[in-house]
Design a protein around this ligand. Structure first.
Ligand code: TTP
Ligand code: MG
Length: 401
C-alpha cells in the first residue's frame, strides 16, 4: 500500500460578498447581494453570490435577481468589482504558494493543494490548515474554509461542510463512513439526470450507491456507472494538477532619476516589450492582455490594460498596445519613476500550434516572414546578447509592420 496522500481543498467564504463587506464597513452584518442590476425587481440577470446574512432569506448564487429582490427587499444590491476579486485571488494564491508548489486553482476562490510532501514542515494537518486560514485572514481580512482528505473528491466535500471558517479533516480510514450518509448530488460527476435515474433504483445516498451491485451499474450506465461506484467508495486517485506555467510574463524598470522625457520613456518601454516578447517566445506562449504600469513621482501608480482577440508574441505588437495604455495613463508632462509591461491571458503560442496560419496576420506569408525573423533575432540574441538584438529589432521593425 502506498502512503495516503494529503489533499487540501480551500474555498473562500461568500467570496465576492465578503470582499464588499470588507471594503464597505457599513455593509457588514447585512444582507449583501452581488449580481445583476435588480432594476426595482424587473432586472433580468442573476445573483453571483450573497453574504451569509442574505442566505437566510433564501437567496443564493445563480438565482434570478428579480427573485432575490422579492425575497430580500432590504438587501444591499451591488454589481461587483471583478478587478478587486481577482486581486484578492492572486493574494491568496501567493499565500498558498508558501506551503506547497502543488497547487491546482479551480476557480477564482478555490484551489486544491497536495501537501503530502510538505506537511511535515508545518506539524500536523490541523496545524497546517489553521495556519493557512490565519494567514489568509491576517493578510486579506477574509475567511476561508478548508477540507483535508486523502483525495480530491472528499477534500472538496469536506471544505463545504462547516462554512464559514470551516475546517473538516477526514482521515483515510474514515473516508467511506464520511461519504455514506451524504446525498448523491454531493458526488462529483453525478448530475441531476444521473441522480434521478439512481433515485429510481432506490439509490439516494452515496452509501446506497456503494452497496449497489457494480455489475448492474456497469450494464445500466456503462463506464460512468462503475466510476461513480468507485467514487462512492472514496476511491479517487485524480492528481492535483499543479500548473507551473506562469500566469503572466512581465518586466519593469525604475529610472535612475524621475523623468518626463517622452523619448526616454518610450525607448525604455520598447526595450521592456522586446524582453517580454523574447520570454513569451521562449516559453512558446502568446499573451492576449498587455498591461502597462506607470509610477509617477510620489509613488502614485497607474495600470492600464488592453485585451485583444488574437494573442501576441511580437515586440512591435506588444509595444503598440503598451503605448496606447501609457497614453491612457496620461503620462505626458509628468515625472515618471517606473514603467513596466506585462503580457497575460495566454493563448497558444507557435510552440503549440503551427502559428503560421494564425488569423492575426494579414497573409500567411507575412506571418511566416515575421515568425522567421523573430526566430532569427532570438538566435542572434543568444549569440550576441541583448544589446545587439535591441538594435537589430529596432531597425527591422518598420519593415515588417
Ligand atoms: P463559490 O465559492 O461557489 O461561492 P461563495 O464563495 O460566494 O460562497 P461559499 O461560502 O458558499 O463558498 O463561488 C465563488 C465566487 O464565484 C462567488 O463569490 C461569486 C462567483 N460565482 C458567480 O459569479 N456565479 C455563481 O453561480 C457562483 C456559484 C459563483
Ligand atoms: Mg467560495
Amino acid at each position: 500500500m502506498s502512503v495516503p496522500r494529503v489533499i487540501i481543498h480551500l474555498d473562500m467564504d461568500a467570496f465576492f460578498a465578503a470582499v464588499e463587506q470588507r471594503d464597505h464597513p457599513d455593509y457588514r452584518g447585512k444582507p449583501v447581494i452581488v449580481g445583476a442590476d435588480p432594476k426595482g425587481g424587473k432586472g433580468r440577470g442573476v445573483v453571483s453570490t450573497c453574504s451569509y446574512e442574505a442566505r437566510k432569506f433564501g437567496v443564493h448564487s445563480a438565482m434570478p435577481i428579480s427573485r432575490a429582490w422579492k425575497l430580500c427587499p432590504k438587501g444591499i444590491f451591488v454589481s461587483g468589482r471583478m478587478g478587486a476579486y481577482a486581486q484578492v485571488s492572486r493574494q491568496v494564491r501567493s499565500i498558498l504558494d508558501q506551503y506547497t508548489p502543488m497547487i491546482e486553482p479551480v476557480s477564482i476562490d478555490e484551489a486544491f493543494m497536495d501537501v503530502t510532501q510538505s506537511l511535515h514542515l508545518f506539524g500536523g494537518k490541523r496545524e497546517l490548515a489553521e495556519r493557512i486560514q490565519r494567514q489568509i485572514e491576517d493578510e486579506t481580512q477574509l475567511t476561508a474554509s478548508i477540507g483535508i482528505a486523502p483525495c480530491k473528491l472528499v477534500a472538496k466535500i469536506a471544505s463545504d461542510l462547516k462554512k464559514p471558517r470551516g475546517l473538516v479533516i477526514v482521515e483515510p480510514e474514515e473516508v467511506e463512513q464520511f461519504l455514506r450518509p451524504l446525498p448523491m448530488r454531493k458526488l462529483w460527476g453525478a448530475g441531476p439526470k444521473t441522480c434521478e435515474s439512481l433515485a429510481q433504483l432506490g439509490i439516494h445516498t452515496i452509501g446506497d450507491l456503494a452497496d449497489y451491485d457494480v455489475n448492474y451499474l456497469r450494464e445500466r450506465f456503462g463506464a460512468h456507472g462503475e466510476q461513480l461506484w468507485e467514487l462512492a467508495h472514496g476511491r479517487d486517485d485524480r492528481p492535483v494538477e499543479a500548473s507551473d506555467e506562469a500566469k503572466s510574463i512581465g518586466n519593469e524598470t525604475t529610472f535612475e532619476e524621475d523623468t518626463s522625457n517622452a523619448r526616454q520613456i518610450l525607448s525604455t518601454l520598447m526595450g521592456l516589450c522586446e524582453e517580454v516578447a523574447n520570454r513569451l517566445r521562449e516559453a512558446g506562449l502568446r499573451g492576449r492582455t498587455i498591461t502597462t504600469k506607470v509610477r509617477y513621482e510620489g509613488f502614485e501608480t497607474h495600470t492600464r490594460a488592453r485585451t485583444v482577440e488574437t494573442p501576441l508574441d511580437a515586440a512591435p505588437d506588444i509595444y503598440r498596445l503598451a503605448v496606447e495604455n501609457l497614453e491612457r495613463a496620461d503620462y505626458r508632462g509628468r515625472k515618471v519613476r517606473l514603467i513596466g509591461v506585462t503580457a497575460s491571458h495566454f493563448g497558444p503560442g507557435p510552440g503549440r500550434q503551427t502559428g503560421i496560419f494564425d488569423p492575426s496576420h494579414k497573409t500567411p506569408e507575412a506571418n511566416l516572414k515575421k515568425k522567421l525573423l523573430n526566430e532569427a533575432l532570438d538566435r542572434a540574441r543568444k549569440r550576441h546578447g541583448d544589446d545587439v538584438l535591441r538594435h537589430a529589432r529596432g531597425m527591422k521593425r518598420s519593415r515588417l509592420d
